[in-house]
Design a protein around this ligand. Sequence first.
Ligand code: PXG
Length: 289
Amino acid sequence: MKIFLNSKLVPEAKAVVSVFDHGLLYGDGVFEGIRAYRGRVFLLEEHVDRLYDSAKAIDLKIPMSKKKMRQAVVDTCKANKIIDGYIRLVVTRGVGSLGLNPYLCKVPQVIIITGNIQLYPKKLYDEGMKVITVGTIRNHPEAVNPRIKSLNYLNNVLAKIEAINSGVLECIMLNHQGHVAEASGDNIFIIKGDCVLTPAVSCGILEGLTRNLVMELAREAGYTVEEVCMTRYDLFTADEMFLTGTAAEIIAVVDVDRRKIGRGKPGRVTRKLAAMFTDHTKQTGTPIG
Ligand code: PXG
């Protein structure tokens, strides 16, 4: 496995970063999770754009252009002969001192790792999954804004711990106002009649790229799509529910807090949108070459 580390590809054993890197010491940095399908990088431009926005939001200047970054992703995939796979792009604040001051750090470290990811067992994609609402609320937007895909994922990890310890694999996180925000690493959708509804970005969520694409596909399919503010009432009374994410793709939710959602199995609209999504992954993307 070759890793992209600061402008060159190095063997995995040589891909090491300092213990003084603020990415490790303070979770100070940003990342992206990207998929490749059939030898093409999916939504590459969108992922790189979001990475640079996350970096801008934490006042971190990535030491290379977006164009070079996109090329680096493609080159790393090529070096590792990636056809269907997962790409982790990480930018850390870089080596600094034992003190918070990010401006004392030298250069940001750019890391690109390729591999595979499967978030949930295949069986759950056929049958739908059970989730619970957890006590850990999503970060307040004026603390660490969930729009920033930062290296500090403790908020999400703490939520995930609650889910796993309760016997389910995923959770619903509410925001500081008690409104539905998102899952630990996925966005949430519900279907009510002919409406496809998802929490608005202003509810304090990561603006998922899969989410954005699913909204576009749903509109194309003739559904009314709205970004709204929702409570658990909306989940309990939904006809269907599903989660979206790069790693998760589209997965139906059939049980929330031990209440059956809809008919308790993946619904018609969910299956239709999942099929449209799969088609889209097959037809688009930046060729790895
Ligand atoms: N919310 C959060 C908090 C996320 O971390 C999403 C929503 C979905 O966004 P995208 O753009 O992927 O549709 C994410 C993304 C992992 C992993 O390693 C997690 C994500 C993406 C890739 C890998 O668990 N979450």
